[in-house]
Design a protein around this ligand. Structure first.
Ligand SMILES: [Zn+2]
Length: 482
């Protein structure tokens, strides 16, 4: 019997063919490393392509240029200034930041909306640069681990259920993930040094740790696991950082901590999930930007990435995938699909669906000794050809077949202006005109998220008194319809 296990227990293993010995650029000591520098850069470049394709870049060139400028200046003062340093803002609501080998550093828009000064950003950027310069162990991780680490890649399919072989790029499976505590401490030390060399106030880092701690307990706690799992043990690290930055270390001083200048960069920034990239209401998937809907079988677990929407049955024996194909003609796309290895056609239809050019087929497929049964639809809408593919193990087809067959051909155009016009929540800046408490602020300038989230986002505590003239964030807009 085959076991279908999602979020599988995971194998961590070093890449055995790529070991070698090199001098650590930070410590000057010889150490075993997994890659040569050019291999490391190539790995990072490959993984970067996957990250960008799956998560997308947040569309704010000005903010991106500002972050890149800060990162480049910091990296230029590091031990590895010659790397192709790249700093990106991912269009992802989770609170996360991470580094790839070769000098690729990512901040999510989620973490940026939770920070309150340039020095706080510098603290995180410096820490991530530290992971790269110290060449912290690159480990091979499984697809399920990547999903579990909260990178938002939505990979919910068990390997057993992937006869269509869409596996994440190999590069993505080799990341700086699950750094050890020692590696975290080293990255913290390096980060503090890099940021203070640019005169950023290192005490800002303590506020970042406080935010991370609070966010993991607040209403928006579901956005935190990424950072905590890639950067373990914030409690202990925070204590060490506090000690180091409030001590008398003359090397660790800086005066730059620009709150208002940073906040002004966040005006209008998307907050939380962006429904324009597609959203579920119960089991129906709506895509306002592309103006279509698809009814997934009810009760299925679903995930939405930039390149694919996935659904899995509760019994984990059936799958529905929604994505794009390159071919313009649905018929040509279907015919190519049906030429796949082990494929047997059961029936086909060229009937239009909702007035759209469409081609469907029912099929059986045998791969690696496994038998599947399924239905596929190719449909032309706007300037794209969509593929909707549903399948189940042959043995499960009796129970799932009807729901799959119905779901695959449920593709419909959306014309309802209420759906087409849906907008995400956004950050709006306000400046207090009188002194008020946190509770007074929440009442005077209401947000569409709970008060505890507003508190975490602004670094404010219940009962805290806010001076007149303070620039603060509130969250406006209705966001994803429920
Ligand atoms: Zn770290």
């Amino acid at each position: 019997m085959v076991r279908f296990v999602l979020w599988l227990v995971l194998i961590l293993m070093p890449a055995p063919l790529l070991t070698g010995c090199a001098v650590n650029p930070v410590t000057g000591q010889r150490q075993f490393v997994l890659f040569t520098e050019s291999q490391e850069i190539e790995l990072g470049r490959e993984a970067d392509r996957d990250i960008v394709a799956q998560l997308g870049i947040y569309d704010d060139p000005e903010l991106a240029a500002w972050l890149d400028d800060m990162g480049q200046r910091m990296a230029a003062g590091s031990e590895r200034p010659h790397l192709p340093w790249t700093f990106r803002i991912l269009d992802d609501p989770t609170i996360n930041a991470f580094a790839l080998p070769g000098g690729y550093i990512y901040m999510t828009r989620g973490i940026l909306t939770h920070l309150n000064s340039d020095a706080e950003v510098a603290g995180i950027v410096g820490h991530e640069i530290g992971h790269v310069t110290a060449r912290h162990g690159v480990v091979r991780v499984s697809r399920a681990q990547i999903a579990q680490l909260g990178l938002g890649l939505g990979m919910i399919l068990a390997p057993d259920l992937q006869p269509f072989g869409e596996v994440a790029g190999a590069g993505l499976q080799l990341l700086f993930l699950r750094n050890s505590r020692d590696a975290e401490r080293e990255a913290d030390d390096l980060g503090l040094r890099y940021m203070t060399e640019l005169d950023y106030d290192p005490r800002a880092v303590a506020r970042v740790f406080e935010m991370l701690g609070r966010a993991s307990g607040a209403e928006d706690g579901d956005r935190i696991p990424g950072f905590l799992s890639t950067h373990p043990d914030p409690g202990e690290r925070r204590g060490t950082i506090l000690e180091r930055t409030t001590g008398d270390d003359p090397e660790l001083t800086g005066s730059r901590d620009d709150r208002d200048g940073y906040l002004q960069r966040l005006q209008g920034m998307t907050f939380g999930e962006d429904p324009r990239q597609g959203y579920f209401r119960q089991s129906v998937f709506y895509h306002p930007e592309l103006a279509f809907r698809l009814d997934f079988p009810s009760g299925w677990r679903t995930a939405n990435t930039r390149s694919e929407v996935q659904g899995v049955s509760p019994e984990q024996d059936a799958v529905l995938l929604l994505g794009f194909v390159d071919e313009a003609s649905p018929r040509a796309a279907r015919d190519q699909f049906m030429r796949g290895e082990g494929m047997t056609e059961v029936s086909r239809s060229d009937a239009a669906i909702d007035g759209l050019d469409a081609a469907t087929a029912d099929f059986r497929i045998s791969q690696d000794g496994q038998d599947f049964r399924g239905r596929v639809l190719f449909i032309r809408h706007g300037d794209a050809t969509y593929r909707v593919l549903g399948y189940a193990r042959q043995a499960a087809w009796g129970a799932r077949g009807e729901a799959i067959n119905r779901a695959v051909v449920s593709f419909r155009r959306v014309t309802d202006p209420a759906i087409l016009g849906v907008q995400p929540r956004r950050i709006e800046l306000v400046r207090t005109d009188t002194e008020m408490t946190f509770e007074g602020f929440v009442q005077r300038y209401p947000s569409t998220v709970p008060a505890d989230v507003v508190g975490v986002v602004n670094g404010l505590r219940p009962g805290q008194v806010i001076p007149a003239g303070t620039l603060l964030k509130r969250v406006v807009g209705e966001g994803t319809p429920r």
